[in-house]
Design a binder for this molecule. Sequence first.
Ligand code: SF4
Length: 294
Amino acid sequence: MGHMTEQADEMAPKTYDVPMSLSPSRVSSFTTCPMQFRFSSIEKLPEPPGVATTRGTIVHRALELLFVRPAAERTPESLQADLAVALDEYRTHPDYVGLRLDETAATKFEKECHSLIERYFEMEDPRQVREIGLELWVEAEVGSLTLRGIIDRLELDEDGELVVTDYKTGRAPSGNYEQKSLAGVHFYSFLCEALFGKRPAKIRLMYLKSGETIETTPTAQSVKFITTRTKAVWSAVERACTTGDFRPRQSKLCDYCSFQKWCPAFGGNPDLAATESVAAYDALLGEPVTSGTP
Ligand code: SF4
C-alpha cells in the first residue's frame, strides 16, 4: 500500500498502488484536496503534531477511562483523575513531545484539557449512559474498498435503540459545515449498520468546547447516499492513483496544511515531500526537550 512504482522514463508521472482500506474521514479528505490526500493517505508522510489534535486525543482518552468505570463512579473528580492518567500516558508520546511546549505552553495546554472535561459534565450525566462499546473499531466493505473507523461511544437509548456518539474538541461548525460534520458521523452510522445489522436511531456530536450537541437520525436514504458517494469518490481515487494526477485544491485549509512547502499551488515540488518531510519530522522529535515535559 502506498508504494511508488518506479518509472523508467523520468518524465512520466509517478503512479501509486490503490489503498485497500481507509477511514471515512480520509475518504472525504480526497474531495477537499486531492494533493493533500496524496501526501497524507497515499504516501503516508509524517505530519508535525498539532496542539488541537493532541489535546483532542488526550481528552478522548480521559473520557474512555471514565466510561470504563462503573456508572456510579463517573463523577467530575473521577474524570479529573482520568485526565491526569491520560496526560501522563502522553508525556513521552511523539504527538506530545513534538509539540515542543515550553513550561508556560504546557500549563496552558493542561488548562484547556481541564476546561473541556468540565464542560462535558454540563452536557450530560455519564452515570445515565448505557454504553455498549467504547473506541469501537468498525469496518465495512464498499465495493472494493474496506472502510474502517473508530466509534467513540456506542450506547443504548431508553428504548433499547443504538446511538452513536462522537466527541468533538474543536469548534462547533456553522451552516454548511454542520452538514459536513454530520456527514462524517453518517459514515459511522453506516458502519454500525453493516456490523450489527441495525441502523442507529440517533447520531450525536458533542462539542465539548461550546457545550453544543448536534443530533440527527440516519435514514435509509442517508445510508444509501454514503454508499453512492463513497463509491464515486473511490473511483476518483483509483483514477488519480493510476494516472498519478492528484490536483491541489486551494482553500482556507491551506493555512493549516503541513505539506504547503511541497505543494505545486505554492510553487513547491511534491516529489521532494517524501524525503524532506521525514527528515523534518525526525529532526523535530530528535531535538532535546528543554522544557514543557515534567
Ligand atoms: S497547501 Fe492547499 S492546495 Fe496545497 S496540498 Fe495543502 S491543502 Fe492542498
